[in-house]
Design a protein around this ligand. Structure first.
Ligand code: PHB
Ligand code: FE
Length: 344
């Protein structure tokens, strides 16, 4: 995920004033499908050959298990990410950094205006335990929820092995910058990151670095296009350079961002290659707001009060630029920081 390791020392905000739920349960494998089912608070989760089923006291929800596992994989790998991870227009999580709200219909105007919404609050590490259990148990051998559909087997059918190696991948989080001695390494054939076939025209040259004696560990440069051409995952921004709260989180994209991300701060997108079309909706209601087609070289700033989902017809490169300060979401909620980064 695009996030620094440490969580700020600021107090955990709880805008809905919800109590912490402590009921967690893993039920044994089903005799027919072979999958376990899971409970967190009054949410229950079950899968069969094609679908994930989420049940709450206010109603039941069904998702394709393919879409559900791709979304769950991001929520797990990103530690609940910034703000809201909508698995689809109905179900998702909102991160309060230490505690998490899990919701059904709460950020969907049709559900909430009819009183059909349900939300509960959890300690982040406790809910994460359940989410990690689901992604591990429900992912079959040969299916990689991080991969583009072209590059992976399918998630369908009854329980058939696992792919724990893929679903427990460590995300890249540079402390200062990729390639600095002791920091996360540049990708090469030798360390297991061959060039993706869709990027076989990307120049693999590296810049020449001539540091003054004594500054060899302080001066660094690398070929970011080459680095991204070797990514083995899609829709997974990783921290590649850090200057205080300024985080450069580039990523390679193909097919559909598996979540509708509801921002809790502004974030900048720089389209480095090819094209992504973004559907933008209101963060609270889900009302459609805009469709933004970003071509190579385009720059956009996503406001703090929207959700967005990207569609990338070819594997593309995107730089996501985040302000990682833990203070920003509360400043925005209190109206002390704006929802947009620039005004013209
Ligand atoms: C985002 O929500 O801003 C986001 C998430 C994953 C990506 C790119 C952008 O790969
Ligand atoms: Fe986002």
């Amino acid at each position: 995920m695009a996030m620094k390791e440490e969580i700020g020392s600021t107090e955990i905000s709880n805008p809905r004033g919800l109590p912490l739920e402590t009921n967690f349960k893993v039920d044994p494998a089903d005799n027919v499908t072979g999958y376990k089912s899971f409970q967190a608070g009054q949410f229950s989760f079950r899968r069969d050959e094609y679908f994930a089923y989420i049940e709450t006291p206010k109603g039941a929800h069904t998702m394709s298990v393919d879409a559900f596992l791709r979304a769950l994989m991001r929520d797990v790998a990103w530690g609940f990410f910034y703000g809201t991870v909508n698995f689809d227009p109905v179900f998702g999580t909102t991160n309060y950094y230490g505690e998490v709200d899990m919701f059904y219909g709460t950020l969907n105007e049709a559900y909430s205006s009819a009183g059909r919404d349900f939300v509960e609050r959890f300690k982040a590490d406790e809910l994460m335990g359940i989410f990690k259990g689901i992604v591990s148990d429900w992912t079959n051998e040969g299916f990689d929820p991080f991969a583009a559909p072209r590059e992976t087997g399918t998630p369908w059918g009854t329980k058939n092995g696992d792919n724990d190696e893929a679903v427990s991948r460590e995300r890249v989080t540079a402390r200062r910058m990729v390639g600095i001695p002791g920091d996360t390494p540049v990708r090469t054939d030798e360390n297991g990151f061959p060039v993706n076939v869709m990027f076989d025209d990307v120049d693999q040259g590296q810049p020449e670095i001539n540091a003054e004696p004594g500054f060899e560990a302080e001066v660094q440069a690398y070929n970011l296009f080459g680095y991204l051409s070797r990514s083995d995952v899609t829709w997974n921004p990783s921290v590649c350079s850090v200057v205080k709260d300024s985080l450069f989180c580039p990523t390679t994209e193909e097919y559909i961002l598996p979540v509708e991300h509801g921002n809790d701060r502004c974030e900048w997108f720089i389209q480095m290659s090819d094209q992504i079309t973004w559907n933008i909706k209101d963060g609270d209601t889900g009302r459609p707001k805009a469709v933004v087609a970003m071509k190579a070289g385009d720059v956009a700033c996503m406001p703090a009060d929207i959700r967005h989902q990207g569609f990338s017809p070819k594997r593309s490169m995107l730089l996501v630029w985040e302000n990682g300060s833990p203070k920003v979401p509360e400043l925005i909620r209190e109206g002390k920081a704006p929802n947009v980064s620039v005004q013209f």
